[in-house]
Write a protein that binds this ligand. Structure first.
Ligand SMILES: Cc1cc2nc3c(=O)[nH]c(=O)nc-3n(C[C@H](O)[C@H](O)[C@H](O)COP(=O)(O)O)c2cc1C
Length: 259
């Protein structure tokens, strides 16, 4: 089994590690121009951005050649937006993968900590961890995959409406300009961690601090993984940052580093 993942703050990597098999970073696969994968089982694990799979996943799927008897994808997400609203990212994923000629046997989503600081305070998100029953959901997903279950999570009518409403936000994210709203505080000591966790090589270190380019994925990896908490987003709801407790900074750097 091969489990391909993208992560910015560790939730998706924590899930990929638990699912098991050979875990492969999609950011590094792209860097190495590696798009062909073959195994009896291949899976993708990734976060949800505005009810859609991240651009890095959408672009990867368009170029990838995945050969497997059983294909699965698991999205991680932070907040169910209403009854049946979760799993909405799988609508787009289903469409994209079908257009690319794939039949994914299993599409599911796991509710985790929401790292979208525009809307959510990480302190409150951390308090919600036990009520989200993450371990239980993950165990159920792993059981399904081990049994090679066929299943596509239905986001329900509300989820479908929300997904349609999010289209504009996704378009705006896809411009690559999100980092224009990032602010660097005096706490920055020029360590360069932000550049190393950026999957799109959008950050260069200049004059002892980061400079953002015009190809931002909006993953917030730089914001959450800055050891000095020196990167902020205009209007953020939280000064606290998140990295999944089962994932180290080194693992995120190894997964995303393009320097
Ligand atoms: C730009 C952005 C948009 C997001 N949009 C959604 C969303 O539409 N729905 C949701 O439930 N979570 C959303 N999230 C939260 C992440 O999907 C969630 O925290 C995910 O588990 C992070 O995965 P990672 O730790 O592997 O990077 C968003 C996060 C970011 C940074």
């Amino acid at each position: 089994m091969k489990t391909l993942y993208f992560t910015a703050t560790g939730n998706s990597l924590a899930v990929a590690k638990k699912i098991g098999g050979e875990t492969i970073s999609i950011a590094q696969a792209i860097r190495n121009n590696q798009y062909e994968f073959e195994d009896n089982v291949i899976g993708l694990v990734f976060p949800t951005y505005c009810c859609y799979p991240p651009k890095i996943i959408r672009d990867f799927i368009e170029r990838a050649k995945l050969k497997a008897d059983y294909l699965f994808a698991v999205a991680t997400y932070g907040n169910a937006m209403g009854k049946g609203g979760d799993g909405s990212e799988m609508l787009a994923f289903d469409k994209i993968t079908k257009a690319a000629g794939y039949h994914f046997n299993y599409l599911n989503a796991i509710l985790m900590v929401d790292n979208f600081i525009d809307n959510f305070d990480i302190n409150k998100e951390v308090e919600k961890i036990s009520s989200k029953k993450i371990d239980e959901s993950l165990a159920a997903v792993i059981g399904d995959i081990n049994q090679r279950k066929d299943y596509v999570k239905d986001p329900g009518t509300f989820g479908k409406i929300i997904t349609r409403m999010c289209k504009g936000l996704v378009k705006s994210q896809d411009t690559g300009l999100s980092a224009q709203k990032f602010i660097i505080s005096d706490a920055c000591n020029g360590c360069g961690t932000c550049a190393k966790v950026c999957p799109y090589k959008n950050i260069t270190m200049k004059d002892g601090g980061p400079q953002f380019g015009t190809n931002c994925l909006s993953c917030y990896g730089c914001i959450h993984n800055c050891p000095q908490t020196a990167i902020h987003k205009k209007g953020e709801k939280s000064g606290k940052r998140w990295r999944n407790h089962n994932v180290s900074l080194k693992e995120i750097i190894d997964a995303n580093n393009q320097c």
